[in-house]
Design a protein around this ligand. Structure first.
Ligand code: AP5
Ligand code: MG
Ligand code: ZN
Length: 215
């Protein structure tokens, strides 16, 4: 089962990807998390990516496509994957089609999560993420059991560098311009399903799992 999660920043892609991953025992691949790992490791790739991510711009297509191409070759991807935050441009989507075709695979379902802009700002301004395992929290909607500490691994939870209001607004503009056209791209294929994302986390998960079962 190969699943793509589409949706604006803060729509809940990471939150739902973690749940789907657990439920279907397939890896969730987040290009955002992979790029943040490169930044934390201080690699050349990380330095390059940081200059784009810190201002809410997309990292160049070829950089991200190469990361995903390599990741998809790993053994744990054989049963399927959840792609969170990739593709994010028509060029990335076309390249993904080529990569999957070479591997004899295809996309089974594209889940398009939609959320109002006001709610996005509310979510991202109070989001916290684990500095080690990338678990996602929210101070009001999904708090950690112990303040400031990840439930899963015990590391500190932090605010993402791009979660300030100005950068979030720019990320939303970038999403509308460069990523939203993907909805039309996948609609032509009959794999696109709409997920109303303004509901509570478990309700969204219910919709998501029904749509996956039906695909
Ligand atoms: P990335 O890390 O992918 O960020 P994003 O797309 O902006 O999405 P977010 O991670 O902010 O939101 P999400 O949808 O995962 O929501 P979450 O589940 O956390 O990308 C970051 C940057 O990396 C990009 O700007 C770009 O520079 C670069 N990049 C990444 N991929 C790239 C690519 N393919 N090409 C080029 N560049 C790329 O939820 C948000 C908050 O809301 C959390 O606090 C959560 O607890 C809460 N929440 C979730 N669901 C609910 C709910 N139903 N009700 C209430 N609260 C909820
Ligand atoms: Mg995310
Ligand atoms: Zn953790």
């Amino acid at each position: 089962m190969n699943i793509i999660l589409l949706g604006p920043p803060g729509s809940g892609k990471g939150t739902q990807a973690a749940k789907i991953s657990e439920m279907y025992d397939i890896p969730a691949i987040s290009t955002g998390d992979m790029l943040r790992e490169s930044i934390a490791a201080g690699t050349e790739l990380g330095r390059q990516a940081e200059s784009f991510m810190s201002i809410g711009e997309l990292v160049p297509d070829e950089v991200v496509i190469n990361i995903v191409r390599e990741r998809l070759k790993e053994k744990d991807c054989e049963k399927g994957v959840i792609l969170d935050g990739f593709p994010r441009s028509i060029h990335q989507a076309e390249e993904l089609d080529n990569i999957l075709e070479e591997m004899g695979k295809r996309i089974d379902v594209v889940l398009n999560i939609s959320v109002e802009d006001e709610e996005i700002i509310r979510r991202l301004s109070r989001r916290r993420v684990c500095s080690r395992c990338h678990n996602v929290y929210h101070l009001d909607f999904k708090p950690t059991e112990k303040q400031g500490v990840c439930d899963a691994c015990g590391a500190d939870v932090v605010q993402r560098a791009d979660d300030n209001e100005d950068t979030v607004k720019h990320r939303l503009e970038v999403y509308r311009k460069q990523s939203e056209p993907l909805i039309g791209y996948y609609l032509k294929r009959d794999v696109m399903k709409d997920v109303p994302g303004d509901e509570p986390i478990d309700k969204v998960m219910e919709t998501v799992s029904h749509l996956i079962e039906a695909s």
